[in-house]
Write a protein that binds this ligand. Structure first.
Ligand SMILES: C[S@@+](CC[C@H](N)C(=O)[O-])C[C@H]1O[C@@H](n2cnc3c(N)ncnc32)[C@H](O)[C@@H]1O
Length: 348
């Protein structure tokens, strides 16, 4: 993918290009499981951690290895996988235990990444671990989150979780994610920033132009979009509003022409799909970050990623924790755990 010359880059992109450069990893060693293209890993590297990635998809590994300082190993993770020592374990384990023909298999579902994640924490006993997942895990599938938290607590951690919106961390997109952190006392989630970045600040004025590689919606797709918006009683048109942060990017709504897809309406009335670089910018990837693989694979890597700017804020919070780390004893850990568990039960 071509990156634009820096003279044509909006200020926001210039700033994140520098901020998100991987630094020499003196803050600690991070094991990045289910690493994808490295969105989560990049935020940790730019905060000064050294990363080692594990990921089963070859395109993702190629992207990770081309852009991050740490190496990503292509491997299908299971509870039996052996890992090198690490100070911190992070990851976005896939969790699909909810729709197996009505059988809620939870941790027994073979496609579920959590057993491998929990086994890695058990094996390495890091100072801290962090996982991210869809926000729905906190609501409809809370039984499953409870199961995961209970297993991780048994390993001697306080497990706290919250929903963070990437838009509060200088990402030009509303994107809520469940973030869970296991620690030994004293960790604090990053504080939201008060200023927000609009889509237009990341895409620049050229967003309303027609780039060479743009793909236009056909008349029948326009008609489909209109029907979709009527049927879903959509109040605001779903075309990108450059004056606001973008709505959530997903693999589906950036990679495929669906009624819900991300698109820009040009002044002549035509609609075009987001280019890959635009989607990457709305996820706060710098322009120097190059994606590998076929086009659909690249869109999936972008759609699956943790926005690096959100990850950078998380990494700073982990760094502060490690710098002041004074583990509590088991009794104190027990007493701090109770409010989280009580809150879980209350909201069920
Ligand atoms: C949500 S994505 C991770 C995104 C990543 N954290 C980022 O910020 O770019 C989940 C990744 O897990 C990978 N994956 C799923 N099951 C796996 C397994 N058993 N072993 C290794 N990787 C797996 C998928 O290929 C996918 O890239």
């Amino acid at each position: 993918m071509k990156s634009m010359p820096s003279s044509t880059q909006p200020d926001y992109i210039c700033r994140i290009s520098e901020l998100l450069r991987p630094k020499i990893g003196v803050a600690g060693l991070v094991l990045d499981l289910f690493a994808g293209c490295g969105g989560l890993g990049l935020g940790f590297e730019s905060a000064g951690f050294h990363t080692i990635g594990f990921e089963m998809d070859s395109d993702c590994c190629a992207t990770y290895n081309a852009n991050l300082a740490g190496a990503c190993q292509q491997e299908f993770l299971t509870p039996q996988t052996r890992f090198p020592h690490a100070d911190v374990v992070i990851g976005g384990p896939p969790c699909q235990p909810f729709s197996v023909g009505g059988h809620q298999l939870g941790l027994k579902d073979s496609r579920d990444g959590f057993p491998a994640f929990i086994a890695a924490v058990d094996q390495l006993r890091p100072s801290l671990f962090l996982f991210e997942n869809v926000r729905g895990l906190l609501y409809r599938n809370r039984w499953y989150l409870s199961e995961v938290v209970a297993q991780l607590e048994q390993l001697g951690y306080i497990v706290e979780f919250t929903v963070l919106n990437a838009v509060d961390f200088r990402v030009p997109q509303n994107r809520e994610r469940l973030i869970a952190v296991g620690h030994k006392g004293g960790y604090q989630f990053p504080k939201p920033s008060h200023s927000r970045v609009n889509a237009g600040e990341a895409l620049g004025d050229s967003a309303l132009e027609a780039p060479e590689d743009a793909k236009y919606l056909t008349e029948s797709m326009d008609a489909y979009v209109a029907r979709y918006e009527r049927a879903s009683q959509c109040v605001n048109p779903r075309d990108l509003n450059l004056q606001k942060p973008a709505r959530t990017l997903t693999c589906r709504n950036i990679a495929a022409p669906t009624g819900d897809m991300h698109r820009i309406k040009l002044s002549d009335g035509r609609r075009r799909r987001l280019t890959l670089r635009e989607a990457a910018r709305l996820q706060s990837f710098p322009d120097w970050f190059e994606f590998h693989g076929q086009e659909t694979s690249q869109y999936y890597q972008v759609g699956n990623a943790v926005p690096p700017m959100l990850s950078y804020a998380l990494a700073q919070s982990v760094k502060s924790y490690l710098e002041t780390f004074a583990p509590l004893d088991e009794q104190e850990i027990q007493s701090r755990r109770q409010p989280v568990q009580a809150e879980l039960l209350l909201e069920q």
